[in-house]
Design a protein around this ligand. Sequence first.
Ligand SMILES: C[S@@+](CC[C@H](N)C(=O)[O-])C[C@H]1O[C@@H](n2cnc3c(N)ncnc32)[C@H](O)[C@@H]1O
Length: 308
Amino acid sequence: MIVSREAVSGHEPVLIQEMLGLLVPHEVGQGRIFCDATVGLGGHARAILEHAGPQTRLIGLDRDQDALACARDVLAPFAQRVTLVHAPFSRIRSVLDALGAIPVDGFLVDLGVSSPQLDRAERGFSFQRSGPLDMRMDQSVGETAADFLARVSQAELERVLRDYGEERFAGRIARHIVEARDRGELDSTGTLAAIIARAVPGRERHKNPATRTFQALRLAVNRELEELDTFLDQAPACLRLGGRLCVIAFHSLEDRMVKRRFRAMADLATPSPRLRILTKRIVVASDEEQARNPRSRSAKMRAAERAA
Ligand SMILES: C[S@@+](CC[C@H](N)C(=O)[O-])C[C@H]1O[C@@H](n2cnc3c(N)ncnc32)[C@H](O)[C@@H]1O
């Protein structure tokens, strides 16, 4: 067990009550199945299991093995009703199919990274604690941030920083990073953060200048938008009629993708699977939650129900 219990207890799942109200609006009957496609530390999953009652089964996916170990611990009291799977949610249909779990009653997706991923220097997500340039949620496959930075052109890096990080100094930062790489200086998240700090003119109060670049690199390394796009392609058809899909996003690009997809699938001309949007207005955290849990400030939740 690599993630400590302290790390778990310090992690507060966002929008819990609002999520339960949308995903599990009333007592559910026997044989119901919910899928938490980003089970993480198991906080939302535990709330679903408690709220939906003793007849409910939960399938939890995560692409991070450490997160799954942690979720297994947190969900131990419900072990008989829980199945945890190490897989990216872009494989949702084949995972559920293999478990004989289609149709499901509800999906939750709580996007982004978990606190232990950010807090543990060796995962390489942090600009505050220097570590290897990794940034992979699934450390068993794929390209690390170091691999990505070793092969990317300056123009491509600039595009990634602008599109995924909404970084207005994308050009300057990309140039500084590529120059440092070519001098062989790019060896840790700490040096990367220092290079970015030197590239950016002036300072924003309350915001590390590396925030947007690290976010952009993380999105690129983990192909996060492609993952979400593929999930949204597959998930609605895996729902039973009346089953619900709830997505919590922390990045405007992800939220926009969800909004557009829900709208397109709610069009009456859309054949099955068709959705009905449940959140005409986006759901955000209450002032009280935002004050208690700063992470909740950028959370945006949308939900839809399968209508055909
Ligand atoms: C914000 S955390 C989820 C926290 C969780 N809701 C809880 O209550 O503890 C996001 C989790 O999603 C996982 N994740 C992100 N993208 C994923 C993907 N494409 N497939 C599977 N898991 C993913 C991350 O590894 C991380 O553990």
